[in-house]
Each structure stands twice: as structure tokens, then as C-alpha cells.
Design a protein around this ligand. Structure first.
Ligand code: PEP
Length: 251
């Protein structure tokens, strides 16, 4: 059986100004001993804070990542950020294909695939998000939809080191709603099977699959205990060090 080191990743979305550094410093201070020994920790702040947080993380082992990148390394793309810029600022990973990007910016699987290649070109870990809308779950097509997203968003060349999948049911993000543990287990099992079928047991069995969507300290232990849940992508509850560390400690 492949051993996968858990990852608890925080997505700060469009939240965070310089004073947020104090919250991050508390996370860094809490990341030692047992927690550091057994779990990876990462915060993905707005692009404006990547360099600040990366400097504050120092040698603590807390990783810092971006929330999106452009497919190109440079060029006339006003307002965009290249994967190389995230790396240059001290980031080591980037979230791609988050449902808010897919909805707000019309990102397709093909666009996410191109961005994933860009992340790898720069040497970043790509955290690729997939997940169904409420209606798709009610219509019973969630598994098929996620399989299509995976096939279209992930390029050849994935490894257990350069790719993390985040299963985030859109209807669970920021709503306080979560799927049942049985539904999470079914989806994570299907994602694992798709990864193994495409990349083989060695790679597909080693890629981490995070669950995201209203993870809180109160439900973290139950969700993180589900088979093939290798950690969490946490939105709202990653803004406060106490909540985020409580979730990480629940694994
Ligand atoms: C997210 O933004 O990826 C997320 C999971 O948000 P929340 O935890 O707030 O539902």
C-alpha cells in the first residue's frame, strides 16, 4: 500500500492584508513536533502576500502557494500572474481550476490543463480542483462529471510529487454543507481509480486527494478519516490560526 503524507492546505481567497501576517505567524509557531512530523501544511494567500508569507515561513516547513496562474511564462496579460512569478516570490505550489475560477472566469478543463503544465514548467506543485454542482449531484452524474474534469484538466506527466487533486463539491464551498462520509468515500475512491487507471499504481496510488468544502474543526476528524482522503483544502476556516491548526491536528 502506498503511504501518502497528509496535506492540509488553506485557500485565503481574496482575503488578507499585511496584518494577516500575525495569523500566519501563529500557524508557523504551532507547526512543530508531532504535527510537523506527520502532516504537510500550506497557505495560499492572495498574490500580494506570497512573498511576505514565504519570508515569514522561513525554514518552518510551512509551504506557501498561489491561487491561480497564467499558462504563459510572461507577456502582455494585464493583471495575470505567471507560475514563475509565484516561484520567484517564494511559493512552491498553485491552486488551479478552483470552482470560483471556473465560474467567475469561465475556466475550462483545457485552460486548467494548460495552467497545470505551466505550474510544472516552473517547478510548482499543481493543486487541481474538481467537483460537481448541486444539480449534477442530484441528477446522479457527479462521478461521471468529475471523471471528465480529471481527464481534461490533468496533462500527461503527472507524478505523486507534482500533482495534488482537490475534490471540492461546488455546493459545499462556503455553505456549511458537506457530503455524507459515504459520498466522500465513493468520490475519492472513484478519483483514485481514475488516477491509477491512467498513471499506474505507483503514480496514481501516490497522488494525494484532498477534500474541500466547509471543512471546520468540528467535522475535520470525521472527514479526514475517510479512505483516500489525504488531507483538506480549507477556505474560510484557514483564515484563523486556531481553526486551521485544529483541522490539521485532527488528521
Ligand atoms: C475553498 O475555497 O476551497 C473552500 C473549500 O472553501 P470553504 O472551506 O470555505 O468551504
Amino acid at each position: 500500500m502506498t503511504t501518502r503524507r497528509p496535506l492540509i492546505a488553506g485557500n485565503w481567497k481574496m482575503h488578507g492584508l499585511k496584518p494577516s501576517l500575525q495569523e500566519f505567524d501563529r500557524m508557523v509557531a504551532a507547526y512543530d513536533g508531532d504535527l510537523r512530523a506527520r502532516t504537510d501544511l500550506m497557505i495560499c494567500p492572495p498574490a500580494t502576500l506570497i512573498a511576505t508569507l514565504a519570508a515569514a515561513a522561513g525554514s518552518s516547513g510551512v509551504a506557501v502557494g498561489g491561487q491561480d496562474c497564467h499558462a504563459n511564462a510572461q507577456g502582455a496579460h494585464t493583471g495575470d500572474i505567471a507560475a514563475e512569478m509565484i516561484l520567484d516570490a517564494g511559493g512552491s505550489a498553485v491552486i488551479l481550476g478552483h470552482s470560483e475560477r471556473r465560474t467567475d472566469h469561465g475556466e475550462t478543463d483545457a485552460a486548467v490543463r494548460a495552467k497545470t503544465l505551466a505550474a510544472w514548467r516552473a517547478g510548482l506543485v499543481a493543486v487541481v480542483c474538481v467537483g460537481e454542482h448541486r444539480q449534477q449531484r442530484e441528477e446522479g452524474v457527479a462521478l461521471d462529471l468529475v471523471r471528465v474534469q480529471l481527464a481534461g484538466s490533468i496533462p500527461d506527466g503527472a507524478t505523486a510529487e507534482n500533482l495534488v487533486i482537490a475534490y471540492e463539491p461546488v455546493w459545499a464551498i462556503g455553505t456549511g454543507l458537506t457530503p455524507s462520509v459515504d459520498d466522500i468515500a465513493e468520490m475519492h475512491g472513484a478519483i483514485r481509480a481514475a488516477l491509477v487507471a491512467r498513471f499506474g499504481e505507483g503514480v496514481g496510488g501516490g497522488i494525494r486527494i484532498l477534500y474541500g468544502g466547509s471543512v471546520k474543526p468540528a467535522n475535520a476528524a470525521e472527514i479526514l478519516a475517510v479512505a483516500d482522503v489525504d488531507g483538506a483544502l480549507v477556505g474560510g476556516a484557514s483564515l484563523k490560526a486556531g481553526d486551521f491548526i485544529a483541522i490539521a491536528s485532527a488528521y
